[in-house]
Design a protein around this ligand. Structure first.
Ligand code: PHE
Length: 472
């Protein structure tokens, strides 16, 4: 006999856990930089519309499917798909995707942890030195930091849904908000920071084009942790009496607010320290911003506030990024773990050790693909360039399969599970949902234009990433 399915203990516990998943490096760095480069408030407006009208319905579908089936993604699709092979494939994809994204996210979280330790040790000058990041990624200390991140993740997940994920989120998420607000207040007191605020908040619609719109949608989709099976799994830990709709809305609002507030920290800091910054010259990549650009901002700050205070600010920033990353990492590792527990009927600890070992091995492979092991570094060749194992994981799973998974759940709701069933599921805990304008909107949109838009993003990404052809 298998143990009864675990459940979240409270609505706020679920909201904080799901917000913990959603709030990640994408919010702290990805969103602010994308907004700065692409028209400030104009980008924000488009992004917020995507969150409300495209991502939120997909989020509701994922959570509804999870709670209806009370299973992890693979079995949820298999059961509600009534044994049809193609839906089993969708469930399998929704289990394998988080497994691979966990590898990619693990590598970045380990780096953040390393930077946190180094700034705590007072080595900010080292972090900011020219070319340090390229050396850092190939240092043996990676193993030490990996052990640290693995241990923290394990300790949270082994506690289970209520005593592990929910409890950690209840501590870590408020801590994250406090650190973020402290940093924003600090940055806004710096001379010259208001030009950054202005730059951020004044809309510039001339920068909006097809590629920016596509980017905003991908960013919104990733930021809400969609297409990764996470919300199907978390939905399955919901009680029947819980209100999924309000919870999902609150998660979306929290996630978007954190992204917006992070912009009030990042851009003013950049403008205060480097007033002549041309935003077009900022890197598109969150990775190079966090690890190469930000340490320089903090170091430059030591001219005015002293090295110690600058190191403290850097430590708080990396701690903030680390907390954001670890709560996301936990949510994503929970997906294959819960699938494994379900499929093999094994206890959580055993499932966690098996999945954890596999992810650690793949993380080591991905981490050695930055020059250390030449075969992993030039692993394959497409779109005219050599790609490392890390690049392949990012291109295939993060960029391409995420929108595909979103498309598949829309098609599943439309053609197999049926929209009336989704509405009925979401009405439990929120009886007025079916007749509300939003309920009616989701009912239409999820079966019509949302899948069309996601299909367009998917096709565009395939051409773009693998054949270097830009359609949009
Ligand atoms: N939502 C996270 C972010 O914005 C992304 C993420 C979530 C990645 C969960 C992995 C796991 O950074």
């Amino acid at each position: 006999m298998s143990a009864p399915r675990e459940q979240f203990g409270s609505k706020i516990g679920f909201i904080l856990a799901a917000a913990g998943s959603a709030v990640g490096i994408g919010n702290i760095v990805g969103f602010p930089v994308a907004a700065a480069k692409n028209g400030g408030a104009a980008f924000l407006l488009i992004y917020a519309c995507f969150i409300a009208f495209i991502c939120l319905p997909v989020m509701l579908a994922e959570m509804g499917l999870g709670r209806r089936s009370q299973h992890s993604p693979r079995k949820a699709y298999a059961e509600l798909g009534q044994g049809l092979k193609r839906w089993e494939f969708a469930g399998w994809l929704a289990t394998f995707t988080p497994f691979m994204i966990a590898v990619f996210y693990m590598v970045i979280t380990v780096w953040i942890f390393g930077y946190l330790v180094q700034s705590l040790l007072g080595n900010l000058d080292l972090l900011a030195s020219e070319g340090y990041f390229a050396t850092f990624v190939n240092e043996q200390s990676f193993l030490l930091y990996l052990a640290g991140v693995t241990a923290i993740t394990y300790l949270i997940l082994v506690g289970g849904v209520r005593n592990g994920i929910e409890r950690a989120s209840k501590i870590l998420m408020p801590a994250l908000f406090i650190m973020l607000i402290l940093l924003v207040i600090f940055v806004l007191t710096l001379e010259g920071s208001w030009s950054g605020v202005q730059f951020y908040l004044i809309p510039d619609f001339s920068r909006i084009n097809g590629a920016v719109i596509n980017g905003a949608l991908s960013q919104a989709f990733f930021s809400l942790s969609l297409g990764m099976g996470i919300l199907i799994t978390y939905g399955s830990y919901f009680r029947r009496s819980d209100d999924i709709v309000t919870s999902a809305k609150l998660v979306a609002v929290t996630d978007t607010s954190v992204a917006f507030i992070a912009g009030l920290m990042t851009l003013p800091a950049i403008f205060a320290i480097f007033p002549d910054t041309n935003v077009d010259s900022l890197s598109d990549s969150s990775i190079s911003m966090v690890f190469s650009f930000f340490p320089n901002i903090f170091l430059a700050l030591s001219d005015t506030i002293g090295y110690l205070a600058a190191s403290i600010a850097a430590t708080i920033f990396f701690l903030l990024a680390f907390v954001a990353a670890i709560t996301s990492l936990v949510s994503i590792i929970e997906v294959p773990t819960s699938s494994f527990m379900e499929k093999r009927d094994v206890p959580r600890k055993k499932a966690l050790l098996t999945i954890g070992t596999l992810i650690t091995i793949l993380t080591l492979i991905a981490a050695t693909s930055f020059g250390l092991v030449p075969w992993f570094t030039s692993f394959v060749h497409y779109a005219g360039v050599d790609k490392s194992v890390f690049d392949v994981i990012t291109d295939v799973f993060y960029d391409t399969i995420l929108p595909l998974n979103g498309l598949l759940i829309c098609l599943f709701v439309r053609f197999r599970w049926k929209r009336a069933q989704l509405t009925a599921e979401l009405s439990e805990g929120n009886p007025g949902y079916g007749n509300s304008w939003f309920g009616k909107y989701v009912n239409v949109a999820i079966g019509t234009f949302i899948p069309v838009i996601l299909a367009a993003v998917f096709i565009n990404t395939v051409f773009n990433k693998f054949f270097a052809i830009s359609i949009i």
